[in-house]
Design a protein around this ligand. Sequence first.
Ligand code: GLC
Length: 529
Amino acid sequence: MTTPTPWWRGAVGYQVYLRSFADADGDGIGDLVGVRQRLPHLAELGVDIVWITPCYPSPGADHGYDVSDYTDVALVFGGMAALDAVLADAHAAGMRVVLDLVPNHSSNRHPWFQRAVHDPTSPERDYYVWRHGSSDHPPNNWRSNFGGPAWTWEPSSEQWYLHRFLPEQPDLNWRNPAVHAEFDRILRFWFERGVDGFRIDVAHGLLVDEQFRDNPVAPMEVDDDVDPRGAFSIIEHVHDQDQPGVVDIYREWRRVAADHGAFLIGEVYLDDPAKVGRYVEDDALDAAFCFPALHTGWDAAAMRRALAPSVAAGRGRFAWPMSSHDDPRAGTRFGGGARGAERQLAYFTLLAALPGIPFLYQGDELGLENAVLPADQLADPVSVRHHGAPGRDGSRAPMLWEPGPGFGFTTGEPWLPFGSNRRPEHTVAAQTGVEGSILERTRRLLATRREATAMLAADDVEWLEVAPHVVGLRRGDMVVAVNVGGPDADLDLPRAAELVYTTRPGASVSGARLRLPTDVAVWCRLAQA
Ligand code: GLC
């Protein structure tokens, strides 16, 4: 018996940052009614999987990544009925909807944590990670992603609790079987409601060292009040993430997901693709995001270094993002302005050819760069709590739908400003139907990909050494090449080919010779041998 091909093979993903996507009720915060109204945009773009960031009730300390009820939809996002309508319409349009599951930590306002604090003899106490110690000395040297120690003293019981993010996000204790049972119930609840899968937040984090050993000291002084996330990233996280046993948790979830044909994709935020590769297996996660792809700059050698080992480790199961709500947008990373936009489209043209799931972040299809925001209007706790430290707001500014004061995002005041660098010509409306707009070129790329059946069917990639400043690969009958900021290049293809997609005019194929201008990416279909 052969295993049927899972529905997500060959799919294209799109991340909706819910608060900033579309606001239907005018309160300045994006909601699910807004998502529903904008589904046609995603369908026309060629999206198959829509990931929506957390929509659950939450006090909002980390904008929804602090969940106080895992089986409801917050009223500010339209409540359960609005989600049901999104599911129905998305399914009718042939798209799948993936919610964001936050199993590493709950909100400190979740009833579990409230009981844990107020009644240390309750079963919920052991849903979290507590350590004895003295109030002036945290149990070990683990740091929070968002600055400061990963431990907060709870005075009434005279114990420390673990939180690798904000103190308002206490870490759940995944060594407790009761926590497993709770999430088994939560997964079933949503799958039975028609949700097609989950993006799993901090998927590499659920377990920590049983002995709570110190991490090795960082090579340089960690001043995490200046740049908390940067400081966190230079620490060697030997004992506080990616621990043995974490993949077994996903093996349990796979059995639940399998009953519903549901999709599990992990935020496995590790630099080493080989480590990430261990999370994706038939019996574990379907897929994982490839973060090296999201961090590389506009540099051919760096791109090859990031992508080649990732493609090998991913075995068709990595998702390829270039931007996210946590990281600077690709257009900004690649130099900003019109050139940054061209380059991010060129980069996406490369990612879209890799085995796995190319993933757009809202606004990537418009070529947006990071929003420039006034310092006194930042909202990310990373910046707010650390005197304006580099935060994530620049990539979280609202989506640009139409020219006008609220950019078609809201009729009210947006919860986060649009940014002083936003222009009417960036909007979806201004780019629709306009030959040469980033939006139309992205659409055409995804339409070309859909037809590229021989390429999509090929599991392997052959990296081509054509020129130092050109990243080139062959997958099936397709040769894909991007000129990463070097001089215009004339390259030899393995044999005669036809140019099926170019990000910009100026590229051409004549016989087996490819002309590739700077900052341009192409797809060339090889003639039959
Ligand atoms: C993930 C999310 C990020 C959030 C963090 C804590 O990294 O993408 O936005 O702040 O987890 O939940």
